[in-house]
Design a protein around this ligand. Sequence first.
Ligand SMILES: [Zn+2]
Length: 309
Amino acid sequence: MKKYIYGIDVGGTTVKIGLFNLTGELLKKWEIHTKTENKGEAILSDIYNSIKNNDIKLNEVLGYGFAIPCQVVDGIILNGVNIDWEGYELKKIFSKLVNNNNIYIENDANVAALGETWRGAGSAFENSAMITVGTGVGGGIVVGSKVVEGVHGSGGEIGHIRVIHENGLRCNCGNTGCLETVSSAPAIKTAFNSLLHSGKYDSILKDTKNISVKMIFAAAKEGDLLCLEVIDKTAYYLGYACQILSVITNPNVIIIGGGVSNAGPFFIDKIRKNFMEISFETVKDTLIVQATLGNDAGIYGAAALVIND
Ligand SMILES: [Zn+2]
């Protein structure tokens, strides 16, 4: 009798493990250290040993879903960041360890989008897009409860939508003017500094050392004109990206996640306002909401890979 699912989110420093029942309720979660050395060869046996110590019988487990920091197409691991698993036979190796063939793997950003859509901000919709705004800008697209991988695993690379067409800043991907260059946390700080140096506005933060994005949002909420212009610009570009996403897959909901989304309704409302100004008539009802699962989005999404199959 199958009763459980494991959702496993493999990150560069920790592996998050969630135990779920078949209705998708999180029963227990914990973390172990990620040993990335020697091409991460110890990671799967560490996960297995950690699961084995649980009270659950392995023959009661329906399946195991993995979110991994690599691009994945049809269960094959392509290039990755943080863990060098290119070509690694994760499914084969782990299915031998746990004696279960129901092993699912997907890219972590795509899995987070699936998790949020299934049990987080997506309110159990089946069609969504998620934009994760943090140190970088990532995302995922979910259609019919399945993530869109694309031919090279680059489906949902929302941070690399080109939004500045002339004289854009250089992006980590090598191109210029990507969404990531104008809306990531480092981009917000860069925009603050260059506007401050332009002398256009005074700011309550002008003599503050080590400015954080949180401080820029707080000052904007207090009406600081310089910070408001920085945040309004960021929201403008995110609203523009939402407009593009809304007419590509016409999702029920667009979810804004990542550290920068913690700015809350003040920021989400600005993104929605920009979206509404330019959105196509029949998709104006697209919801734009803040993510709710935080760091648990990955384990939820990984469990959803098993349940949705
Ligand atoms: Zn880029």
